[in-house]
Design a protein around this ligand. Structure first.
Ligand SMILES: O=C(O)CCC(=O)C(=O)O
Ligand SMILES: [Fe+2]
Length: 326
């Protein structure tokens, strides 16, 4: 770690060294009280994080027509332009002021049977002459993040008083999505429905977020929006809806949003969304059953597809029945 970590009392959510003894209990407290934590001592090299940002900046700086050559397809792989996503349609007057790029695993050949499944397909990459470093760096970053998220699973299981391998058995071919994001310099006006990213909860199991030094992430905590600034060397990690449902609401999938309060300043972040196997059934865990199940069982597939269709205009358009593209 190159920069010393801040003191816990100066932070809005717990900072957890995932190798420290007692980490599972600290995770439990963070996930039940905040739904968010900072994850430190994660072994993803700072240098790889920095290279990810370099490639992200270079890609998003390309001309619009070039980026649109790899526009996200019906499997949500590729570039989503400004205006394509509205995370909180009820309260936003305009789409999120951001553009992004989705890179997934599983990444399967287009002619394989797996590619017929929703949300399964082949990653798209910008041509090498347009963005030479993008593919190798994003692939390396995806690999490092996938490895980290599998290392964290036993800790989550322990925090829930489950056998340590419980989630690993349900993450044999998991859906994991890397999403570099670029927010424009436009100032957000939350009371007028203009935001970098509208208020939302994440949909999957756990999300690992890294941001350039620009603040903007806010979480809804005890009736107020609270800033969660980036910490160099740590990921912001939050619970998604699937883990909330799995834990019967014990772990919170917390509402959050992105606001640009510094007009004229762009922002780059990169989210790594983790979810279990496509066909994993998410239903009340035995250790969280007190009071009876609060959510009906759902498969990972059904839940995620619904969310893509509800918030991504491009995804909805490309999947709207037999006449749709592809
Ligand atoms: O960019 C950020 O700080 C947050 C992004 C986010 O919440 C998301 O993509 O789900
Ligand atoms: Fe989010």
């Amino acid at each position: 770690m190159t920069v010393p970590l801040p003191r816990q009392e100066d932070l809005p959510v717990p900072l957890i060294d995932i190798k420290q003894p007692g980490a599972a209990q600290a995770v439990r407290e963070a996930c039940t009280q905040h739904g968010f934590m900072y994850v430190a001592n994660h072994d993803v090299p700072d240098e790889l994080v920095a290279r990810q940002f370099e490639e992200s900046r270079k890609f998003f700086a390309l001309p619009f027509e070039e980026k649109m050559k790899v526009e996200a397809d019906s499997k949500a792989r590729g570039y989503t332009p400004l205006g394509e996503q509205t995370l909180d349609p009820k309260h936003q007057t305009r789409p999120d002021t951001k553009e992004s790029y989705y890179i997934w695993s599983p990444d399967v050949p287009a002619d394989s049977p797996e590619a017929q499944l929703p949300l399964h397909g082949t990653n798209q990459w910008p041509p090498a002459d347009m963005a030479p470093g993008f593919k190798p760096v994003m692939q390396a970053y995806h690999k490092a993040m996938a490895a980290l998220s599998l290392r964290v699973l036993p800790l989550i299981a322990e925090a829930l008083h489950l056998p340590r391998e419980y989630f690993l058995e349900r993450f044999t071919n998991p859906l994991m999505t890397l999403r570099p994001i670029h927010y424009t310099a436009e100032e957000s006006k939350p009371d007028q429905g203009v935001l970098g990213a509208g208020a939302h909860t994440d949909w999957g199991f756990l999300t690992y977020l890294v941001t350039d030094t620009t603040p903007g992430l806010q979480i809804w905590h005890q009736g107020a929006w609270v800033d969660v600034p980036p910490i160099p060397g740590a990921f912001v990690c939050n619970i998604g809806d699937l883990l909330q449902q799995w834990t019967n609401g014990t772990f919170k999938s917390t509402l959050h949003r992105v606001v640009n309060l510094v007009p004229g300043r762009e922002r780059y972040s990169c989210a790594f969304f983790t979810s279990p196997d496509y066909d994993a059934v998410v239903e009340c865990l035995p250790t969280c059953a007190e009071g009876g199940p609060k959510f009906p069982p759902v498969t990972c597939a059904t839940y995620l597809e619904g969310k893509y269709a509800a918030t991504h205009a491009g995804y909805a358009q490309k999947n709207k029945g037999p006449a749709a593209e592809e």
